[in-house]
Design a protein around this ligand. Structure first.
Ligand code: CU
Length: 318
């Protein structure tokens, strides 16, 4: 089966999807052909989201995403109960199917545009999950005074013990139970030293893609390493996102259906957290996404609406 770490860039094994670069003018024509009502609705929705986020910030209502190791017993129970509910009512499978649709072009394996969309697209994807999680939890615990949130799994920690053997969702494509996780020893996941290399030494990376603008080059070198194609100074592979997918194994090693495993969300929250740490130190660096590629379909979100976690109403406790 195709796995993450060995995907060549520019081709996706499950979908056969290969990025085709559209000339600028074709993208512009597509945008201009959007019915004006749709464009208007998009603009008002974006305005609403921005105002909502600003209001939350002013009221100091930033959602705090903490390390999963800080989860209390009741939070662990509530988290699993909310996911079980989403599995039963079908919202979980719908969410997984969004990731299965590779036309969203959100992985570096799909080519340069996928590489540039990887972090932002997945940030919005986590937000969609967290909103549904909180809604399910509110239904289940209407009197609760604490609000559930998506925790992150620091890769330097062992696999979260409270999620061992927790695989509540079936494969949404086949309906079959998913196979167990693998987790070979020693774990092929990043150490804290590797994460430091990704955050602090990203300029040493040599992606096989070249953008002359130095600010863009910074972003590309960083996301290249964080998604999983980086090198350690000794030339060996620098473990990151792809490697953790493969190390966990089971459905997590499937590039399309990996969100079927709940650890997916905590794993991607770690990626999102590392990006936010890096962003605070590299505020000049952005992906050169243009026109349609800036919109993180299928949602009403763009690179501009996701580039700041605070702007989206949350922050990480590191
Ligand atoms: Cu992933």
């Amino acid at each position: 089966m195709a796995t993450w770490a060995h995907l060549p860039k520019g081709h996706h094994p499950d979908s056969g999807f290969t990025t085709v670069e559209l000339p600028e003018s074709a993208v512009r024509d597509q945008l201009e052909s959007l019915p004006s009502m749709e464009a208007f609705e998009l603009a008002s929705e974006l305005k609403f989201l921005r105002e909502e986020a600003l209001a939350g910030r002013e009221a100091n209502l930033l959602q705090l995403r903490r390390n999963q190791s800080a989860f209390t017993t009741s939070q662990k129970t509530a988290f699993k109960a909310a996911i079980n509910k989403m599995v039963q009512d079908g919202t979980y499978a719908s969410l997984v199917l969004v990731h299965v649709d590779m036309s969203h072009n959100m992985h570096g394996s799909m080519g340069d545009t996928g590489l540039l969309r990887f972090l932002g697209w997945h940030r919005q994807y986590l937000m969609e999950f967290e909103k549904l999680l909180i809604a399910a939890d509110r239904d289940l615990r209407p009197a609760a005074t604490d609000r559930l949130y998506l925790p992150y799994w620091n890769w330097n920690d062992p696999f979260p013990e409270w999620l061992e053997d927790y695989l509540p969702a079936r494969h949404p494509g086949t309906g079959a139970a998913v196979s167990a996780r693998v987790k070979n020893s020693p774990p092929e996941k990043p150490t804290s030293k590797d994460v430091t290399l990704i955050i602090d030494k990203f300029r040493d990376q040599l992606p096989d893609t070249n953008f002359p603008d130095p600010n863009v080059a910074d972003y590309v070198r960083f996301t290249w390493a964080l998604e999983g194609w980086g090198r350690r100074p000794d030339g060996s592979s620098l473990p990151s996102h792809n490697h953790v997918h493969d190390w966990v194994g089971g459905i997590m090693s499937n590039p399309s259906y990996s969100p079927t495993d709940p650890i997916f969300w905590l794993h991607h929250a770690e990626i999102d957290r590392i990006w936010s740490v890096w962003q605070s130190r590299n505020q000049h660096a952005h992906p050169p996404l243009k026109a349609k590629d800036r919109i993180f379909d299928p949602w009403i979100a763009t690179y501009d609406t996701v580039k700041s976690t605070e702007g989206m109403g949350y922050t990480y406790q590191t």
